[in-house]
Design a protein around this ligand. Sequence first.
Ligand code: CA
Length: 489
Amino acid sequence: MLKQFLLIGLILLALVALPINDLSAAEPVKLNIAKPNIIVILADDLGYSDLGFQGCKDIPTPHLDALAASGTRFTSGYVSGPYCSPTRAGLLTGRYQTRFGHEFNPGKFPAHSEVGLPLTEKTIADRLNAAGYATGMIGKGHLGLAPRFHPQKRGFDEFYGFLWGANEYLPAEKDGSIPNILRGTEPVRETAYLTDAFAREAVSFIDRHQKEPFFLYLSFNAVHTPMEANPERLEKFASIKDQRRRAYAAMTSAMDDAVGSVMAALKKDKLEEKTLIFFLSDNGGPSVVGTTLNGSNNLPLRGSKKQTLEGGVRVPFVVSWKGTVPAGQVLNQPIIQLDILPTALAAAGVDLSQSPELEGVNLLSLLTGKTKEPPHEALYWRFGDQMAIRRGKWKLVRYDADLRRTKSEQSTQDKPAAQLFDLENDIGETKDLASKHPEIVAELQAKWDKWNEKNVPAAWAERPAAVKKEGASKFTSPARGRGRRPSGG
Ligand code: CA
């Protein structure tokens, strides 16, 4: 009798010990380094294929290539939207931004000055700050302009940068400084090329906090419009005939130099093995949207910033942690920027079991080779009327084909049918297989509908209703009044 009980007990134990696919339930990865520093480097509106390690031929990016080679590159790295502020909200909260109404940019319109990342949401900086990290944000804010949305109210000890969605890079002729730059809440006189200034500030932050765990969110506005490069770097790209592409190349090169400065500071301070680094873009290159065209290239992907096609949401994505994350590794499992928060917090030793609101996944098991299972059953997007879902190789997508029209110029008949693509064999989304596989279309649509049940209506419209071609008396038209405050996307 006792023997039988023992046998049954052993069988039960064996069953429990079987490998499981659910990463959240997987055995935690044993880390040699406690409380590593965490750096998130975000590019803005970068084209999918505009870096050396992504196959770019006309813009050398040696420092970013070295960063990619030092760690793991994801070929199916996504962001949770095709637009600046919403994906930043997702990154900082670890949640689909449509859960809390942050579906569109808080724009430059007066009606938008009171909206921003909802105060109901906890940021990665709040969480790491509570875990004893020094936290700093350098670069573009785009979380709202009102004082309650200021980065230093959202978990960051320090802030250097601007609060809008875009900014000039070159000092203005009239006073020799760059407008809108703040240190904390105080305007400062910045005279360096802006990307170089952000590099200087990042190095200073690292040096000042080298003896304690730190979190640095280095949020470039490069390579977003306006297309302003400094003369020395423009000279380097004299062979590029297209002037927009030439400026874009020079601006990308500046960002690459800035990443080189950050890596050099980590090496000098002997922090390379103590620092977990993420690099990605906030959305795809704007190859369709008239006012923010920057000369970027998303090929072989189709589509643009502001579209739920791959060109809007699939981005260069690197995770590096010398000695912990394998160097030179390339992973094809689809992941999303929502995963950064849980991965960083897990590395920092923070218990996330009491945070069921998080939708990202801790990627450490995948990164360290403990599992090969895709961490997400499916990934989802909602951006106004546009939608997408990716599960395995299949993607169902309904996108806006012509972003140059205003909403009022579009008729309801324009709403296109959802299309189905096999991304494994058709990364460029060229062959719509919806009529061939109606059962997969129905299944994915039902899955997306279920996911969408937990979304809330957008907390603010993309453009306030009063902004129209005719009778724009109350607000400035987005096409005019760019002046010293470029519109951000
Ligand atoms: Ca962007």
